[in-house]
Design a protein around this ligand. Structure first.
Ligand SMILES: [Zn+2]
Length: 482
């Protein structure tokens, strides 16, 4: 293994976040019943005319931009001809010679740049069903809901040097696409799919080895496992003096091996030609500027802001960046605030308290009853000393459950802070009387003994006194008594 270098390029397909399909107005809703979202266009009926989804084009342009690609000012759709039972037109509308974007790169957090060969737009196929539940059918069903859903294909250059780096690239690409609003990138729902090209060569060699395409990897873990397996397989063959065949192999998750599926096809097999039904796209400066002006803050920018401006730790920033929902919730909580202790406190509630509970209950942020404004108030109460940490921790689960402002709940549960100073003084006196021994210690010079007394007062008030006020009152009482 040591003498070999692994060379990987990835082809990533993501489903664009549009309401309607690429060339018709059918819905892209994932949860619809089979064949609920279909029309003559996306089922390939004769005589229909596709029309281009403007939003999909905008998203493809944004993806190209954030991947530092050059933009083809004139971009065209092409027909990719092949036969497959779930492809009703017997061709797929894709892009060939004039993709939307080309020749860019993605900079990883490590600083390494992975080249991007092209970013192009295409449409998805339908879906064949061979099972109902767990029952294998002796026929196949076709669901055309997915047919015509806009996809973006992002092809990297062969710049990736290990299966681990492939996962790093995918993870970061996914985050960027999510932040820019281009796709949900949900692998489980198939809105992010990844194929890989992998070859090996002896270290120091300039020529690329024969590449094998690996398909059917359904999670980042399977990408890592499949590529590790495939690299080992190729090295073993070459060391035995055998040849690598250019082919497509499928990852068999259960067996932990890749299996030959078919000899690799070449571009000319598809007989690409410009789609005569679709106009060519021409982007002028003004249009591009307008589209690019809507690009939101990207993960690396947000990370930098969290560390430099909000004074969060690198760890906190990284956890937020990798969880956009959490980060967006945090953004809502800190909106309009400019106090660093507020940022710190809000971050702590979300990362230390909220995320754990969400994971445990398998809930997402939009299923939460707790709203950012509720947490905002809690943070304010805590920082201003109106509630103690202890009260905060007690009221937080109730806030989660009821989705209410803490001030309202504190009142309802009789947990509000005691505002009446006479009342606190009365309790303090009482505590002094009951703890004569501690009082004597204090008077003998053991000043830290006051901590115990404060603790006793907090216990008596069930944490409803302001510890700072209690401290002050106790000190006064102790100093003034003989
Ligand atoms: Zn349709």
């Amino acid at each position: 293994m040591m003498d070999w270098e692994v060379v990987i390029g990835l082809e990533v397909h993501v489903q664009l976040k549009t309401k309607s399909k690429m060339f018709c107005s059918c819905s892209t809703d994932f949860d619809s019943l089979p064949n609920e979202n279909i029309c003559p266009i996306c089922t390939g009926q004769p005589g229909v005319l596709p029309k281009i989804n403007r939003r999909a084009i905008e998203l493809a342009l944004i993806a190209s931009k954030i991947l530092n690609c050059k933009i083809n000012r004139i971009s065209r759709f092409a027909r990719k001809n092949y036969f497959y039972p779930d492809l009703p037109k017997n061709y797929q509308i894709s892009q060939y010679e004039e993709p939307i974007g080309y020749d860019g790169y993605l900079e990883l957090p490590s600083g390494k740049r992975i080249g991007i060969m092209r970013v192009h737009q295409e449409e998805d196929t339908g879906k064949l069903l061979h099972y109902i539940g767990s029952r294998k059918l002796d026929y196949s069903l076709i669901d055309f809901n997915r047919s015509g859903i806009p996809l973006l294909e992002i092809v990297s250059k062969p710049d990736i040097r290990s299966p681990e780096e492939a996962v790093e690239y995918l993870t970061f690409l996914r985050l960027n696409l999510i932040y820019a609003g281009i796709s949900d990138c949900d692998m489980e729902k198939g809105s992010l799919r990844c194929d890989a090209n992998l070859s090996v060569r002896r270290k120091g060699e300039k020529e690329l080895g024969v590449k094998v395409e690996v398909k059917n990897m359904n999670s980042f873990k399977s990408v890592k496992d499949a590529l590790s397996y495939e690299a080992r397989r190729q090295i073993k063959l070459l060391e035995k003096g055998e040849k690598i065949i250019q082919e497509t192999r499928l990852w068999d998750e259960r067996g932990g091996v890749t299996k030959s599926m078919r000899r690799k096809e070449y571009a000319h097999d598809y007989r690409y030609f410009p789609d005569p039904d679709l106009v060519e796209l021409e982007f002028d400066e003004e249009f591009l500027n307008e589209v690019f002006s809507k690009i939101p803050e990207l993960p690396l920018e947000r990370r930098r802001r969290y560390i430099d401006e909000l004074s969060l730790s690198e760890y906190e920033a990284d956890v937020f960046i990798s969880n956009k929902e959490a980060s967006d919730f945090f953004e809502e909580v800190i909106k309009g605030e400019n106090d660093k202790s507020f940022f710190k406190e809000a971050s702590s509630w979300i990362l230390n308290d909220l995320l754990g509970i969400l994971n445990e209950r398998k809930l997402s942020f939009n299923e939460l009853k707790l709203k950012p404004e509720h947490l905002k108030e809690l943070v304010k109460l805590k920082i201003s000393g109106k509630i103690t940490s202890k009260i905060g921790k007690e009221i937080f689960p109730v806030m989660l459950e009821k989705g209410e402002f803490p001030s309202k709940l504190l009142k309802e549960l009789d947990m509000e802070q005691i505002q009446d100073e006479d009342e606190i003084r009365r309790i303090c006196s009482c505590v002094l009387k009951e703890n004569q021994k501690v009082v004597e210690d204090y008077k003998k010079g053991k000043k830290q003994a006051i901590g115990r007394l404060v603790g006793e007062v907090m216990k008596k008030t069930r944490g409803r006194a302001n510890p700072r006020a209690v401290n002050e009152i106790l000190r006064n009482l102790l100093e003034s008594s003989p």
